[in-house]
Design a protein around this ligand. Sequence first.
Ligand code: A2P
Length: 267
Amino acid sequence: DTAAAIPQAFPIPAGVFAETVTQVQHYTDSLFRFRITRDPSFRFRSGEFVMIGLPNAEKPVFRAYSIASPSWDEGVEFYSIKVPDGPLTQHLQKLKVGDTVLMRRKPTGTLVNDALLPGKRLWMFATGTGIAPFASVIRDPETYKKFDDLILCHTCRTAGELTYGRELVASLKADPLVGELAQRLTLYDTLTREPWPREGRQTDLMTSGKMFRDLGLPPIHPDIDRGMICGSMAMLNDTKVALESFGLVEGANNRPASFVVEKAFVG
Ligand code: A2P
């Protein structure tokens, strides 16, 4: 790898955590995951996001990143795209173990259990890196306490983009500690630009009813189903319309209802 190192000569701004990169894994030319150390005082709810940046400028660029790790984890994990000219990701993609990442202290977000009324099934709808907050939610025992069944829907363009979610779910099901809970988790992943056992946008598969037939489940019903949505703006809108057509109602932290949308996400 000939990528130039990230200049880190600038002082750490006040009021942010300066954490150390402990792991970096690249999945495709445009997707990677990294882990950083976690300050013992940093608390968050699974599904929330935080602002992160790099100490590579006097005034570092900060972007909202969903936390992909569960709240009980000793580190903090992120799943990211790489954009060649992205203000932050052009540098972030060059991260190496030992580098410093800045993280603002206050997490926030709507994809949290508290924003949903109790229900039997939790549907998580994601496209692309929108799966990141759900990587946290599906590893939180609280989620399994609140819901009987979890369905994680993930749509991407090509197969390599599904790897992160597939590996995560497989390792969760094989885990000696949480594996038994994770038997109640189903991954429904679809592709739109390559052959795959499940083809098409999840929104279309849901509207046509094929998703429910594939899963052997009854269609979404407001009495039993709850939803969380994370993806591009167009995807959020289309999924919201689909869920509302089944009678679900959008909620928020201070007004729990039957589905929630993460608007801060930048795919
Ligand atoms: P498609 O290939 O049909 O555009 P993107 O990288 O553009 O955010 O897309 C990621 C995945 O999300 C792709 O598989 C894409 O399908 C799908 N997608 C894009 N827009 C929507 C939408 N409005 N509703 C559902 N899925 C979408």
